[in-house]
Design a protein. Sequence first.
Length: 122
Amino acid sequence: MDGETTTHISILPWPSGATTSDPARVVFDRKELALLLSVYGRKVAAGEWRDYAIDFLKDRAVFSVFRRSTEYPLYRIEKNPKLARRQGAYAVIASAGQVLKRGHELDRVLRSLEKPVSLVSL
């Protein structure tokens, strides 16, 4: 190869026959992704967030948001079905690792990312 450099990109295929109920992988369903991307879109429009990543692991699904793509995530929104009966399957986790909100309903958990409305008196 006469000094040429080639780049190989590996794309791992989704396992054949895998579904959202596949026990080997936890995923966000369409409704959950719509909620996540709705909040993400508002934060991008406000200039607070710039990038995101989605990870589907064996025990949980993670939606991470970044201020810049070269940093650690500002927040991680995790879905962990093992905690569904106890504390709730959804959690918002800050960059330092503290759990900001945990619950059974994703939309309520995502409210912790919204800035509180403050009253201003004139």
